[in-house]
Design a protein around this ligand. Structure first.
Ligand code: SF4
Length: 349
């Protein structure tokens, strides 16, 4: 994770080797349309994504944009209709038996709701030790109590908390237990699905600090899903923006946040609070999008954003825009026929 003041250069050096790579992921779901018929909901449409060792990749976009479906595919909870996933060069969907079990250990999840994600009948110690039932060789039985205490301390709780039950903890403490449980299997990637959105602001900062410290200590990579742009800016080395099942912009976080190239990213950023150093005289233009988000059962032709984009031209309806790198920042990609100029359009006009 990077501090707010980190630069794009810092983000680049923080990023390691590609670990988890997805290419051309497509996923549709059959949903009822009327009493007699059904239709297809296009949750993912040709999505590419790379997660590097030890980095935090922020994944942002409005509700229904496909973030959670993408997370479920990366966790192998959903099989894509098309496209590939490679983890350390291996297709996890082709694994069976012990290799599959070993793979599952390497990618874990922290859930949004710490109240719903912990079984109230188990103590914190039992919750943290639970994953070892499927992976009994990872921690020998005589060492488990000591390891539970160690994990509790790593997330800022006390060894004595192992005996307490979830309902005896605050929301932030419960999320710390969820993080300790994810860490119990020594994962290399943790998918954090809105991990602080259910918490009070002051508690959010504490939980984010826990995640930051653990990453520095363990080198774990995070896929950090959130609709809260200031939080993503605070934690992410790189950021990826989704709209209606497609990836529309990605790149080093500071680069994307300070010089968005896709009109959708610019509109999101224009509505988000900014750091004091970037606040102007209050006359910066807020981009208010017209129109509703189109239905994912009937997405627009060409660019998915064209029905709400103030820059749309005929070409936008005719052709799907491909990812194009920024002229001076090759890792900063935007899928737009008419990308914004760094000093011109968008959130900072
Ligand atoms: Fe707007 Fe066209 Fe770019 Fe889509 S491709 S974001 S409609 S300018």
């Amino acid at each position: 994770m990077s501090d707010t003041a980190d630069t794009a250069d810092t983000a680049d050096t923080a990023a390691g080797e590609p670990l988890l790579q997805a290419h051309g992921l497509t996923k549709t779901f059959r949903v009822p349309r009327s009493a007699s018929g059904s239709t297809r909901l296009h949750a993912l449409d040709g999505v590419d994504l790379t997660v590097r060792r030890g980095e935090t990749l922020g994944l942002v976009g409005e509700s229904g944009c496909g973030k959670s479906t993408l997370a479920r595919v990366l966790l192998m909870l959903e099989r894509p209709d098309a496209g590939t996933v490679r983890y350390d060069g291996v297709d996890p969907f082709a694994l069976r038996g012990k290799p599959l079990l070993a793979w599952r250990r390497r990618v874990q999840m922290v859930f949004q709701d710490p109240f719903a994600s912990l079984n109230p009948r188990l103590s914190a110690g039992e919750l943290i030790a639970e994953p070892w039932r499927s992976h009994p060789d990872l921690v020998p039985r005589p060492e488990r109590e000591r390891r539970v205490h160690e994990l509790l301390e790593m997330v800022g709780l006390r060894p004595g908390d192992a005996r307490r039950h979830p309902q005896e903890f605050s929301g932030g403490q419960r999320q710390r237990i969820g993080i300790a449980r994810a860490l119990a299997l020594n994962p290399e990637v943790i998918v954090c699905d809105e991990p602080v959105s259910a918490l009070d602001l002051s508690v959010q900062a504490q939980v984010l600090n826990v995640l930051t410290d653990l990453q520095a200590e363990l080198g774990v990579a995070y896929v950090f899903i959130s609709h809260d742009l200031p939080v993503v800016r605070h934690v992410a080395d790189r950021v990826a923006v989704m709209y209606l099942g497609r990836m529309v912009e990605s790149g080093p976080a500071e680069e994307v946040f300070t010089a968005p190239r896709h009109p959708y990213t610019a509109s999101l950023l224009s509505a988000a609070p900014r750091p004091p150093a970037e606040r102007g005289d209050g006359r910066e233009r807020r981009i208010v999008l017209s129109g509703e988000v189109p239905s994912p059962t009937d997405p627009p032709s060409g660019c998915r954003f064209r029905t709400r984009c103030w820059k749309a031209e005929e070409v936008c309806a005719d052709r799907l825009p491909a990812d194009e790198p920024a002229p001076d920042a090759p890792q900063h990609l935007a899928a737009c026929h008419l990308p914004l100029e760094p000093a011109g359009g968008g959130a900072r006009r």
